[in-house]
Design a protein around this ligand. Sequence first.
Ligand code: SF4
Length: 210
Amino acid sequence: MSASLPFAALDQIAAGLDRTVDEWFARARATGRPEDRPACRRGCAFCCHQLVPLTTLEAQRIGAYLSTLPRHQRRQIGASLERHLDRFSQWVKDRPAGDVRDRAVNLDYLRQRIPCPFLGPESECRIYPVRPLLCRGHHALETSARCQTAETQIRTIPAVDAATTAAMRQAQVLVEQLHLPGGGGLISSFVPMFRVALGRDSTRAGAQRR
Ligand code: SF4
């Protein structure tokens, strides 16, 4: 399979979503109403402590990007992956029953404050150009205070939510057309793939040797 073709199609979906988000954010800012202004800004990473579902193709795109990073960055991200997996595995043992899409399960995960393995030391996304579609469309209006627990309703722009859902569905269709293994998972499900992309063994024992 040519690796560039499906990635180009995925990148197009992502770019389309980015344009929609930018357009609606600009409209929201133009209203001049503080309550309608997006609270999202560089360095705010409350939403980077959630369960992030993504397709297999998005995970492969991240893997391809990781393999191009300088060695020191790959080592740092590799170490973050292992720390993330330790905490994620512990949470899996204790987590409430239910599907990972259930609100109660998501709220419990958010309470653990487990950072995404790609979150950098300055709360930056270390895979920003290839971050999952969900991350691109996730936002909050007025304040990020509710993003820490999500226990009270987070106000959002419906058109951005709809565009994010549509983009995720488009990526899913692409995965089905490509007959890729598995429809997707959480960032944590793809840790073996990311380890390989970072030049580590896919197993924990192999990763720990480095
Ligand atoms: S991939 Fe990037 S934007 Fe998405 S949760 Fe992780 S650090 Fe945050």
